[in-house]
Design a protein around this ligand. Structure first.
Ligand code: NAD
Ligand code: UD1
Length: 312
């Protein structure tokens, strides 16, 4: 039986990936997660998921869990742009030192393939849209720089140590189990919670900034495709987005329409380190990985709202 490990598998995207892997025929998936932002409840009722509560900053603790795996999906991270600005040391430790430990353990443990959760924040504020993998990166926050370093390590571990790696630049992912309880939470988790509570959301700036909001199941499917793709993808970086972009004002309009209510947003100052617009060029992922996102924004928002409605 081949061993599959998801680091960060108790988190928002990781727990959806674990579900998708099991639905695609995996007998067991090992979740390596220190439960710092991830939760056991995210895996509740998921038969076949086995939690190893370990910290990727501790090489000796994680090496035996990763050794011999057919595939490691590396998603464990502190995934917030503003947190990396307000409190950069923990983000650096986890996102760079922890990521190095994961790649090192995968090399020494002869892991078959590593799929790395990179970030579209690597592009920064480029004038040109959509963002294509060939554009020079321009990180605007410690988080973006850290995730970019992870891509470079993925590539170098392929060329220097022969580890099969693929990096996927996730664009703003949303969906069930995204935690809305922190000031650093993803904007759509906060918007979903606010509309259900009939509260105004706080929009940083004028709300005309845009993001390529991508439903979490589409991202999970692409991770699995990256693990199964041919050798032409190795050491490379691909956009993992939907290919569209929506302003925050428009998303709030859609949520009000779905819920049949009118709740004006509150506008505050723009956020430090914020990128203005983000949209993926998905051509390379479609061509090389068979990327085929299935969920429109409205479909994804309806599914997400239903989940929050029934799960607090
Ligand atoms: P999340 O916080 O829900 O998941 C991260 C997981 O990593 C959590 O379960 C957490 O407990 C775990 N973790 C954190 N530090 C750890 C450590 N030291 N050792 C072991 N586990 C640790 O966030 P998410 O949104 O699901 O993000 C998953 C990945 O996707 C991250 O790598 C993030 O950078 C990347 N990403 C996310 C988005 C997005 O829009 N959410 C976009 C681009 C990239
Ligand atoms: C998000 C991810 C990050 C990922 C990146 C890549 C989260 C928490 N962060 O960063 O991991 O690498 O996408 O695409 O998922 N905003 C508001 N009001 C709020 C919160 C946010 O207006 O209450 C605004 C922000 O200023 C920003 C936009 O919404 O303009 C998106 O913010 P956020 O959800 O934090 O995501 P990113 O910073 O894009």
């Amino acid at each position: 039986m081949s061993k599959i490990v998801v680091t960060g598998g108790a988190g928002f995207i990781g727990s959806m990936l674990v579900r998708s892997l099991l639905a695609n025929g995996a007998a067991e998936v090992i979740v390596l997660d220190d439960l710092s932002s991830g939760k056991r409840e995210n895996l509740a009722g998921v038969g076949g998921a086995r939690l190893e509560a370990r910290d990727i900053r501790n090489y000796d603790a994680i090496a035996p869990v990763l050794a011999g795996a057919a595939v490691v999906y590396h998603l464990a991270a502190i995934p917030s742009v503003p947190r990396s600005i307000h409190d950069p040391i923990p983000s650096h430790d986890v996102n760079i030192n922890g990521t190095f430990n994961v790649f090192r353990a995968c090399a020494e443990g002869k892991v078959g393939r590593v799929v790395y959760a990179a970030s579209s924040s690597a592009y920064g504020d480029t004038e040109a849209l959509p963002k294509v993998e060939s554009m020079p990166p321009n990180p605007m926050s410690p988080y973006a720089a850290q995730k970019l370093m992870g891509e470079y390590y993925a590539s170098v571990f392929h060329t220097c140590f022969g580890v099969e790696t693929v990096s996927l630049r996730f664009f703003n992912v949303y969906g069930p189990r995204q935690d809305p309880s922190s000031p650093y939470s993803g904007v759509l988790s906060l918007f979903n919670r606010a509309i259900l509570d009939r509260r105004s959301p706080m929009i940083h700036g004028d709300g005309e900034q845009s993001r390529d909001f991508t439903y979490v199941e589409d991202v999970a499917e692409l991770c699995i495709k990256a693990a199964n793709a041919g050798p032409h993808v190795l050491g490379r970086v691909y956009n993992a987005g939907n290919g569209n972009r929506y302003t925050l004002n428009l998303v709030w309009e859609v949520l009000q329409k779905i819920e049949g209510v009118s709740v004006p947003p509150v506008y505050g100052p723009p956020r430090e380190g914020d990128v203005r617009h983000s949209q993926a060029d998905t051509a390379a992922a479609v061509r090389d990985l068979g990327h085929a996102p299935r969920f429109t924004l409205e479909e994804g928002l309806r599914l997400t709202l239903d989940w929050y409605r029934h799960n607090g």
